[in-house]
Design a protein around this ligand. Structure first.
Ligand code: GTP
Ligand code: MG
Length: 338
């Protein structure tokens, strides 16, 4: 469930052919063989990048071919080399040969480069085949084919954003709204028993959002499903704290907010210091604006930005998506660069 997987095909460029040519020049009586070599084909190089956190970009684009080398020409001209291609992959990507299942490479740090398919060598032109007894060689080599491989890429997904809140707060409904994930949603607490991950696109960026089982008072003592699932959001860069502001919950939103904050603090592991957006959910069925205002006030006092959404009418969903992207440091930086 936490593994993103994609199959791709890569084909490095073929080498150019060696040329068969003889020098023919005015006033040079016996021109020798002059066929140049073919150029090398381009390589396919994978480069680990921090700018990608999923393999989604390969899903839309599973075939990559590098340019072939140009053929050699007369007058000993070597063909131009084919251009190599860089394929960015997220740090943490593991590459397997899709046919044999063998591990080819594991990308562990940003900037790491690995040539996954080598371009073919160019063929030699006839100029190389001349010897003292063989002065007019007609031999010339074809270029070698570039390597071609079927690859399987795997990436253990780490969530960028964690959804926390009471059971039934609408966490799974939200993730199903903003991503392709289709977790179970139901009108009772503890519908989600295992974390779900969704990949959310904001402009041309992607972020991974984790939906985890709800927390209740005393979760750190093992009440409800406990706080064990919080380890799945421990390494996220941002938390979204959903608070049901409808009357249906039968509880006070401000109280819910504090209860969850205390459970996060009990789990510790830096969760209470993480950037957080406080989000009032089910705003479409919230009758009493005072409850929403009170939650807004509590969030501001604690220093967190506040948003209001309805996953049913879509109110506030786009704003929340952009707020997520802007509150994740690397993503925000890139948005500025563009
Ligand atoms: N009216 C309305 N209902 C919503 C909204 N979001 C969620 N719900 C309903 O609230 C109920 C609970 O939603 P879930 O998404 O399962 O809640 P959850 O937070 O994932 O709950 P657990 O997995 O049990 O922790 C479902 O009946 C949803 O249809 C909303 O924006 N408006
Ligand atoms: Mg759920």
């Amino acid at each position: 469930m936490f593994i993103d997987e994609v199959k791709i095909r890569v084909k490095a460029g073929d080498g150019g052919n060696g040329c068969l040519a003889f020098r023919r020049e005015k006033f040079v009586p016996r021109g020798g063989p002059s066929g140049g070599d073919g150029g090398r084909g381009g390589d396919i190089v994978m480069v680990a990048s921090n700018h990608y956190n999923t393999l989604l970009h390969f899903r839309f684009n599973p075939e990559h071919t590098a340019e072939r080398g140009r053929h050699g020409e007369g007058s000993q001209r070597t063909g131009r080399e084919g251009k190599s291609i860089d394929l960015p992959v997220p740090v943490g990507t593991t590459v397997y040969d899709a046919e044999t299942g063998d591990l080819i490479h594991d990308f562990t740090k940003a900037g790491e480069r690995f040539t996954i398919a080598k371009g073919g060598r160019g063929g030699r032109g006839n100029q190389h085949f001349a010897t003292s007894t063989h002065q007019a060689p007609t031999e010339h080599e074809p270029g070698r084919p570039g390597e071609e491989k079927q690859l399987k890429l795997e990436l253990k997904l780490l969530a960028d954003v964690g959804l926390v809140g009471f059971p039934n707060a609408g966490k799974s409904t939200l993730i199903s709204r903003i991503s392709a994930a289709r977790p179970k949603i139901a009108d009772y607490p503890f519908t989600t028993l295992e974390p779900n991950l969704g990949v959310v696109s904001v402009d041309d960026r992607t972020l991974v959002v984790a939906d985890i089982p709800g927390l209740i008072e005393g979760a750190h003592l093992g009440h409800g499903l406990g706080i064990q699932f919080l380890r799945h959001v421990e390494r996220t860069k941002l938390l979204i704290h959903l608070v049901d502001v409808s009357e249906m919950s039968g509880r006070d939103p401000v109280n819910d907010f504090h209860v969850v904050m205390e459970e996060l603090a009990s789990f510790d592991h830096g969760l209470s210091e993480k950037p957080m957006l406080v989000v009032a959910s089910k705003i479409d069925v919230a009758q009493d604006p005072a409850r929403v205002a009170a939650l807004n006030e509590a969030a501001s006092q604690a220093g967190y930005p506040f948003y209001k959404i309805s996953s049913v009418t879509s109110e506030g969903i786009e704003q929340l998506k952009y707020a997520m992207a802007h509150n994740i440091p690397e993503l925000a930086e890139e948005t500025v660069e563009r």
